[in-house]
Design a protein around this ligand. Structure first.
Ligand SMILES: C[S@@+](CC[C@H](N)C(=O)[O-])C[C@H]1O[C@@H](n2cnc3c(N)ncnc32)[C@H](O)[C@@H]1O
Length: 177
């Protein structure tokens, strides 16, 4: 009896952690960065740096579980999160439903999204992805658009941040197009 319970507990444990491991790994494998959530203090500081108001349209590129999208939605006119890993996007939508949060989670590769209407862009990606993002999307950003990046930077030979702030061990940067 106890052996059976132990066996099935082990099976469930392996299944759950295997699933989480795969979900986290897919982003890393497919997009070059896995799902790593920003902590609460970082989210708060990024919102402060964006200086959001009720007229702003906001997008988060690679929104993970949507925490920044949902918080932005309370302050802004529109808040959209783009997440390329289906299961992560699904998780974000589930959290949204359960928490009755505002905002839109789109399961999409963000390079395919038209970013020209947004006033604020949030990112937590990698230096390599920031370079590609700069090459593919910088000109598409609305003039005056504020881009707030957790940790990673656009190529320094192309554009410098307007400001940099430390939040714990994380350096946050604000760019203006
Ligand atoms: C480091 S996590 C950050 C999650 C969230 N932004 C946060 O700060 O909590 C990066 C996320 O970006 C997603 N991602 C990376 N490249 C992407 C792309 N081209 N299109 C859509 N999502 C992408 C990954 O799947 C991953 O969930």
């Amino acid at each position: 009896m106890w052996l059976e319970i132990l066996f099935w507990s082990l099976v469930v444990f392996i299944f759950v952690f295997g699933f989480i491991y795969i979900v986290i790994g897919i982003g890393g494998f497919w997009f070059g960065i896995p799902f790593i959530p920003s902590n609460k203090k970082v989210v708060q500081k990024m919102l402060e740096m964006a200086d959001l108001d009720s007229t702003d349209r906001v997008v988060e590129l690679g929104c993970g579980d949507g925490r920044l999208v949902f918080d932005s939605a309370d302050i802004s006119k529109e808040s959209v999160g783009c997440e390329g890993v289906f299961v992560v996007a699904l998780w974000a939508r589930l959290l949204q439903k359960m928490g009755k949060k505002k905002g839109t989670i789109r399961c999409i590769n963000f390079y395919k999204e038209d970013l020209s209407r947004f006033d604020v862009v949030f990112v937590y990606l990698s230096d390599e992805i920031m370079r590609t993002l700069y090459e593919k999307k910088w000109d598409e950003f609305k003039p005056g658009c504020r881009i707030i990046s957790n940790t990673f930077k656009f190529p320094m030979d192309q554009v410098l941040p307007e400001s940099e702030v430390m939040e714990g061990k994380y350096k946050l940067r604000r760019y203006v197009r």
